[in-house]
Design a protein around this ligand. Structure first.
Ligand code: MG
Length: 248
């Protein structure tokens, strides 16, 4: 069931979204060669707690971290670890959420660790831009497929592929609500968007093929061909005009 949020719910979503966006800005300051993903997880946990919120991901279906930390060919759902130490030239995708007063925010960024290759930077830039290309169509009365198709078109035009096995989602009282928000699809198809819907739009973009595999820890999702992958996500509010981004 797709929920339409009331004014007071939207106010709470803005607060949860701001905490999530601010946490990512804080994490960005600590991204450097030598830092472990466990340290980044602790920074996120402490920040979220200090805001009187709770980390949405921690213990979600048993997930053991406050962030998902997925370097290089890992797509999403990487478990923070003291043994995963970032090194010069890596890219690192950080996905996280915060819950405040019963409502969630969810967002992801891919960061450069030190100096990275031009190719890796281009992947990060195209992934981020694909989100903004998609949300141009995210308005009251449009079809969800308009958003999905715009993301896919932009990504593929740039020579990359869109992950099929993982998609965005509605968000609110629950971290994952209806509808599913694929990053691929056809214009004019799918759910009709309405003001008051809140969605997590999150292109996951691979340098190579779109196929992914899940590793033996049952969480980590990696590109099957070992190519780099990037992720960019925000929680948005559908309005009668341009959508409002809640997690920037
Ligand atoms: Mg999400």
């Amino acid at each position: 069931m797709i929920t339409i949020k009331s004014k007071s719910e939207i106010e709470k979503m803005r607060i949860a979204g701001k905490i999530t966006g601010d946490a990512l800005k804080l994490i960005e300051k600590y991204i450097r060669p030598g830092v472990s993903t466990k340290e980044l997880d602790k920074i996120a946990y402490d920040f979220i707690k200090k805001q009187g919120a709770t980390p949405s991901f921690l213990n979600y279906n048993g997930f053991p971290g406050s962030i998902c930390a997925s370097p290089n060919s890992w797509v999403v759902h990487g478990i923070p670890s003291k043994d995963i130490v970032l090194k010069e030239g890596d890219i690192i995708s950080i996905d996280m959420g915060a819950c405040k007063d019963g409502y969630h925010g969810d967002a992801a960024r891919t960061f450069a660790v030190g100096k990275i290759s031009d190719e890796a930077q281009r992947l990060i830039d195209v992934t981020k831009q694909s989100f903004f290309e998609g949300i141009k169509y995210a308005t009251h009365g449009a079809k969800l497929g308009d958003v999905s198709a715009a993301i896919q078109e932009y990504v593929e035009k740039n020579g990359y592929s869109v992950v099929r096995d993982l998609v965005g989602h509605g968000i609110g009282k629950k971290l994952h609500e209806d509808p599913s928000v694929p990053n691929f699809g056809r214009k004019g198809k799918g759910v009709k968007l309405a003001a008051g819907m809140t969605l997590a739009v999150e292109p996951m973009v691979n340098e190579g093929e779109y196929d992914v595999v899940v590793l033996d820890d049952d969480w980590t999702c990696e590109t099957e061909d070992g190519s780099l992958s990037a992720h960019y996500e925000n929680t948005i509010l559908i309005t009668k005009g341009e959508c409002e981004i809640l997690t920037l």
